[in-house]
Design a protein around this ligand. Sequence first.
Ligand code: MG
Length: 359
Amino acid sequence: ADSAGRVHPEPPQPFRSPYQRDHDRIVHSAAFRRLAHKTQVFTGYQGDYHRSRLTHTLEVTGIARTLGRSLALNEDLVETLALAHDIGHPPLGHAGEDTLDELLADEGGFNHNAQALRIMELLETRYPDFPGLNLSREILDAQAARVKGRAAAAIRPATAPLLETQVVDAADSIAYDTHDADDAIELDFVTLEELLELPIVAEAARRTAERYGELAGTDRRRGVIHELVDMQVADLITTSRAEIVRLGIGSVDQVRAHAGAAGQASRLVAHSPAVSRGKAELERFLFQRVYRSDRVMTVRLAAQEKLTRLFRWYCDHPDAMPPRFRQRAGAVGARRSVADYIGGMTDRYLEWDHARRVC
Ligand code: MG
């Protein structure tokens, strides 16, 4: 009832709340479907065990819904924000994002959160009477609040993020810290024994042993991964609830006023200092041993070269793009329109198109 509404006014829908409608618009978008074939961390064919952007998104949504329900937030809004949070990712994950950002350095760069906004407001064409998905203002503001780096200045809203937004950011971090550890073991980047040297993982193993006795091999790993999620979720709910009660926060206006005064550093939805420290150690470990490992970096460089060659090819042959990207090139410049087009590709489409166009 308190939504700021949509840019293009639409009559209310009898069976669905505004955010339920936004939820369905996201799920029916092409950008959302393509998450199934976009990289989360592991580019190239490395088996089918590890997470794609789509399954990552679904894990984030489940965790966010648990957090949102426990903190009595708007679940429809939480779920919609979670499903939408990664739709701006180009092919090849952060490798693709970094490459497009360099290629567009003189034109505002490329950022997956800013791109998600372009998709929502402009690039998805599903309705005859307006461009984009015409989502509720709160969805667009939440997405704008996530933009960092070069693109942030032009986009970031003045109002502070809602608790629903803060919960989705926290769920994103809980999901990837944990599932990247799981994928890294499965793909032989690290062993569970090495991970157990980190205090947060050791604590998860202790709790697992307490519940099941001493497990071995894959059973132990599954137990530890499961416990890692549960520990972080429980910690976040307990810590955030205590902080919200302590500050006497009881309305959306109070959330905005608090976060606005305190800035990004002091979010109401946060982990305890011990779990924050444990997560930071786990993230440093994953960064060195996985995200920047030789094995990931070699594949990453090869993939970035392909993306760069394809980008240059389309800049030289803009007429080879589908009509709406060709037309938009006139308004936003050929390079931005090529980035919009390539940004929408899945990893495997990029591979196929590169073989067809450039080789
Ligand atoms: Mg994510």
